[in-house]
Design a protein around this ligand. Structure first.
Ligand SMILES: [Zn+2]
Length: 663
């Protein structure tokens, strides 16, 4: 769309010219139409062009063209207020070819022109807009023409699809190859686009491994890929669920030719996946998702308090599926974990087991509530009593008793101090009994006793108590940030300012080592440790514990699921380079022989010479070197194409290394 600008006119008639193409303008039709209009305007004489507009890839048959026509009409309408104005186009079907229902009819343009005092001039059918009746007739003919052409080309497309030719837009990952044979006949075919191949392979590789569309979109966006627009004026954009689905649902990638969504033949182009893989994935996606049984939401000590220590957003309290012991695992999860779908980035924070986090929080509640308070509140009031008693042991005993929360000791200490200096002892008694500090100590006790009960069982009364404590904690703390990595849990409590001393919101940090989860038993025993890091010494200790308890070394199948006291077998293999090496390191005899055979196929290692041999064998069998797309997935007799490329730096390099003819 291009506007040459407004001109204030006296003599010449203002002209707005417009050109359009229903599909992508590959052959320069739009500049041609504009040139034709300019020449016609010039030869008509006494006219000046004040605006040029165009639309590309907007149909007048299924819609009413695009923003260019709307702008052109608006511009003409504005100019018409000052004098004569004309809207020029090559043919009336550039302006309208609809039936009046789903798209604009030529007579509508004629009526608009009449109402707004705009003249519409078309070069190839100048009669059309002279008279409303002409507009009706020509408009009808334009519509019929389009319909007939559409039907004819649809039938032609179907025949082409039946022959296995591609039709329509080429898909991402393919490119058009035009060839002229000896007799001069031109043939077009699709071939794999080497620049986009890694992307399409990555999408299918993830999909075949059962990854969801959102995860795929996120991964390819992170790898720096963007979509490839089909039409010139569209811009590349980030991948989302829909664009990934468009690739996965397109049978073309399986080498299948489809017409109007129906697969009717095999295509003459290389496939990215096999037909079986395509139908398997389609079936899996179309399968109805199992409806989730509603879960009873459990109570959380840090509800509406917890914040993600990494990104600062709220922590969701999440009740998980029921465990075999009929309890429900509870998790704190960063908000972005549940809302970060559809390809957008997620905070790297891990879901956290609520039992463990709450036990850690409860174990340190006295610090979170009291740290920094002991000197401030008390010493401010005690400062007025400076005297001989300041260093007295009785005074220290009272302070110690207040901090430790031991009521009996406090009574004794107060008695002793009262005997020594009556006024100060009275004050201390008042502080201990009714002050802010006293209330904090109450809360410390109730959280600690709650934690002890909570570990034993989860009942309705303990849930009520949790809600009560949660409400209380929310008056004391503004937020509690929790961050967890493989080894540590960091809790930062932000304590609200107290009544006696304002403006002293205070943050208290505490760090917990997750290897000490045993300290929070029996709670830790019940919860599955989420994303724990193990070091070799710990694994060896767990192997020895297990062997002592069972009277034999564990088999890898015994450790297929991780538990609070041991990692799963994959972690063990990764640490020691194989399952059987682990018990030996722990001074145990490996049990049986089965697990070396139980190793999954993905552990097969291809030596460079084996890859070369596989390439040569495949060439001998097929009479030509294999294409990388044919080796997209590994098979027993060859590795996958990625392995080959990684080993040799490229597919062609691999073929050369195997001494094969590249062309
Ligand atoms: Zn977060």
């Amino acid at each position: 769309m291009r506007s040459v600008g407004c001109v204030i006119r006296e003599g010449p008639i203002a002209c707005v010219i417009y050109a359009a193409k229903s599909t992508e303008d590959r052959r320069g039709s739009i500049p041609g139409q504009l040139r034709e209009c300019r020449e016609a305007v010039e030869s008509a004489g006494g006219r000046i062009i004040v605006g040029e507009y165009s639309d590309e890839a907007f149909s007048a048959f299924i819609g009413s063209r695009g923003p260019g026509l709307a702008e052109a009409m608006r511009h003409a309408q504005e100019l018409a207020r000052d004098g004569t104005v004309e809207l020029w186009a090559q043919h009336s079907d550039r302006l309208a070819r609809g039936d009046g229902r789903s798209a604009r009819h030529a007579v509508e343009v004629a009526l608009w022109a009449l109402k707004n005092d705009v003249r519409v001039r078309t070069i190839q059918d100048p009669e059309t807009f002279r008279d409303l009746l002409y507009a009706v007739v020509t408009g009808q003919r334009n519509h019929e023409d389009s319909r007939r052409k559409g039907l004819a080309s649809a039938a032609g497309r179907r025949r082409a699809v039946e022959r296995g030719d591609y039709t329509g837009a080429k898909s991402d990952g393919y490119m058009r190859v035009v060839e002229v044979d000896a007799s001069g006949a031109v043939s077009k075919r699709l071939d794999v686009d080497p620049a986009r191949r890694p992307l399409i392979e990555m999408i299918f590789r993830m999909a075949l491994r059962g990854k969801g569309t959102a995860a795929i979109a996120r991964a390819i966006n992170e790898a720096g890929w963007q979509t490839k627009p089909l039409i010139g004026w569209q811009r590349p954009k980030a991948w989302d669920v829909q664009s990934v689905l468009d690739v996965l649902n397109n049978p073309r990638y399986a080498g299948l030719a489809a017409h109007k969504g129906e697969v009717i033949a095999r295509g003459n182009w290389p496939a990215y996946i096999t037909e079986r893989e395509y139908y398997r994935m389609t079936k899996r996606r179309s399968r109805p998702k199992p409806t989730k049984t509603p879960r009873k939401r459990d109570t959380f000590l840090l509800a509406r308090l917890g914040k993600c220590g990494i990104c600062g957003s709220s922590l969701h309290c999440f009740t998980d599926e029921r465990r075999s012991d009929t309890t429900f695992p509870r998790r704190y999860r960063c908000w972005s974990h549940s809302r970060g779908g559809n390809g957008s980035p997620r905070c790297p924070s891990l879901p956290m087991d609520a039992d463990l986090i709450e036990a850690m929080f409860a174990s340190t509640i006295h610090r979170f509530l009291l740290e920094g308070k002991e000197d401030k509140t008390m010493q401010a009031e005690l400062a007025t009593f400076e005297g001989a008693w300041v260093d007295s042991p009785e005074r220290q005993r009272v302070l110690d008793a207040v901090l430790s929360g031991d009521k009996a000791a406090l009574d004794h200490a107060l008695e002793a101090l009262l005997a020594r200096v009556a006024p100060e002892a009275m004050l201390l008694k008042r502080i201990a009994a009714s002050s802010w500090m006293g209330r904090q100590l109450d809360l410390v006790h109730s959280v600690e006793s709650w934690a002890a009960d909570k570990l034993a069982s989860r009942t309705d009364s303990s849930r009520a108590k949790t809600r009560e404590l949660n409400a209380d904690l929310r008056t004391r703390f503004s937020r509690v940030s929790v961050a967890m990595d493989g080894r540590y849990v960091d809790i930062v409590a932000h304590r609200r300012a107290s009544n006696t001393a304002r403006n002293d919101e205070r943050r208290i940090d505490a760090r917990f080592d997750r290897r000490e989860a045993r300290r929070y038993l029996p709670l830790a025993r019940r919860s599955k440790p989420l994303h724990r890091l193990w070091d070799d010494a710990e694994i060896i200790a767990s192997l020895q514990d297990w062997a002592a308890a069972h009277g034999r070394s564990p088999k890898c199948t015994d450790w297929s699921r991780a538990s609070w006291d041991r990692p799963d077998d994959l972690t063990v293999r990764r640490h020691f380079g194989g399952w059987r090496k682990a018990p030996r390191r722990a001074g145990l005899k490996p049990d049986g022989r089965e697990y070396d055979h139980a190793a999954p196929r993905c552990y097969k290692q291809w030596s460079t010479s084996a890859v070369v041999r596989a390439l040569q064998d495949a060439t001998r069998a097929a009479g030509r070197p294999p294409r990388s797309t044919e080796w997209f997935r590994a098979a027993p007799d060859h590795p996958c194409s990625t392995t080959v490329r990684e080993r040799f730096g490229g597919w062609t390099a691999a073929l050369q290394a195997a001494g094969l003819d590249v062309h």
